[in-house]
Design a protein around this ligand. Structure first.
Ligand code: GAF
Length: 385
């Protein structure tokens, strides 16, 4: 990344008041469970979105993106449900959501630069929202980075920006990861109670690596498929007479499934209930240092997402199979699916072979070359300078 502060000065003709950043994420396990009141286990990525920002005295937001190469001006009084559209929705939406929560926010000049891959299922949109939210918190004295409780409040505002202004009905995992994760730890988040635990995640100490494959099959969260899965899960919960699928006891799962009205709902519900159980098991396995078991759970999660929740795609399946064939302890798609990225848990000495196997498999299918990169657990949103 070039210096976002220098770019800000070039674009807006004055120094930024500061630079804030927020990370992308990969979810280790617990997929499509957040909007079902379930458990998730993301890590923050080393890849981050940086926002150089200055407050303004008026209600104008000016945003420049180094990636898009354009500057957009938005009158904050025009921001609302579905407006503006495009990438500026994630920036304007956060200021709108904070104002809706009663915070006194004004306009800002914002310059964005990011090395979080876009459209790769690695939460580039949440990183953008949370970097801007962190900046607004400091610049307008909102004290929303103060502790985990205030960070959770800021995460909720960022979710609202995404749901209402950008129009993607996502759950809260990505924004919580960007604001609550800690370096060298995974975040166990209970999406019903809001409770968190920081689970040590330092694969290097045991000679292992988490390899991300960005399949470059583009993924969108507001194209209808994600919302359709969410609606099915809500319908299954309603038919079972519970407020969310989190309330289904895994011990009584077969009976619960038998009472659902069709096979699609049965498979959707089975994924959610078994996936929540897998998160608990993965946390226990990580704490016990049993990476073979973590790998087995990755594999089971992928099969459930592919066969029951039906959110995988050929590129994700092929990347997972190729990594396994080259020695991965386990591999799975991560994030919303329908494209995006997979993760593989590997002994460090198998990483090169796994990457070569994935690249070769994609070439055989005639697909664009994937991007593979190892990741460690990074830190949450903070002020950089
Ligand atoms: C996307 C969403 F934004 C998250 O809220 C979550 O539902 C995830 O897909 C699937 O686990 O990243």
């Amino acid at each position: 990344m070039t210096s976002v502060a220098a770019l800000h000065r070039d674009v807006f003709g004055a120094a930024a008041s500061g630079v804030w950043s927020a990370p992308g994420r990969v979810n280790l396990i617990g997929e499509h469970t957040d909007y079902n009141g379930g458990l998730v286990l993301p890590i923050a990525l080393p890849q981050r979105t940086c926002a150089a920002c200055s407050p303004r005295g008026d209600r104008v937001l000016r945003v420049h993106s180094a990636q898009v190469g354009e500057t957009v001006e938005v009158d904050l009084d025009t921001v609302g449900v579905g407006t503006p559209t495009g990438w500026t929705a994630y920036v304007a939406g956060v200021l709108w959501a904070l104002a809706e929560d009663g915070h006194a926010v004004r306009g800002m000049d914002v310059t964005i630069d990011s090395d979080v891959p876009f459209g790769a299922g690695l939460s580039s949109s949440a990183a953008l929202e949370c970097a801007v939210g962190a900046a607004a918190s400091d610049l307008f004295g909102l004290r929303l980075l103060f502790d985990d409780a205030s960070r959770a409040t800021l995460a909720a505002a960022c979710v609202r920006a995404e749901n209402e202004v950008a129009g993607a009905m996502t759950g809260g995992m990505d924004q919580s990861a960007a604001l609550l994760c800690r370096a060298d730890h995974a975040l166990l988040l209970d999406c019903r109670s809001g409770e968190t635990e920081h689970v040590p995640f330092d694969l290097a100490s045991t000679g292992h690596v988490l390899l991300v494959t960005d399949t470059r099959a583009e993924h969108e969260l507001n194209d209808g498929q994600y919302g359709e899965r969410r609606a099915s899960a809500e319908q299954a919960a309603a038919e079972l007479g519970v407020s969310s699928l989190r309330d289904v006891d895994p011990a009584g799962l077969d009976d619960a499934l038998a009472s659902l009205s069709d096979d699609v709902l049965r498979r959707r519900a089975r994924h959610v209930v078994t996936e929540i159980a897998r998160v608990r098991e993965a946390v226990a396995a990580l704490r016990a240092g049993d990476l073979d078991e973590v790998g087995r759970l990755f594999d089971a999660s992928h099969a459930s997402l592919r066969d029951d929740y039906e959110v995988s795609c050929d590129e994700l399946d092929v990347s997972v199979e190729a990594a396994r064939s080259a020695g991965a302890l386990g591999a799975r798609m991560t994030g919303g699916g329908f494209g995006g990225s997979s993760i593989a848990l590997l002994p460090a000495d198998a990483v090169d072979a796994a990457e070569a196997a994935v690249v070769a498999a994609f070439a055989e299918h005639g697909w664009d070359a994937p991007r593979c990169f190892p990741v460690t657990a990074g830190s949450a949103a903070h002020r950089e300078a």
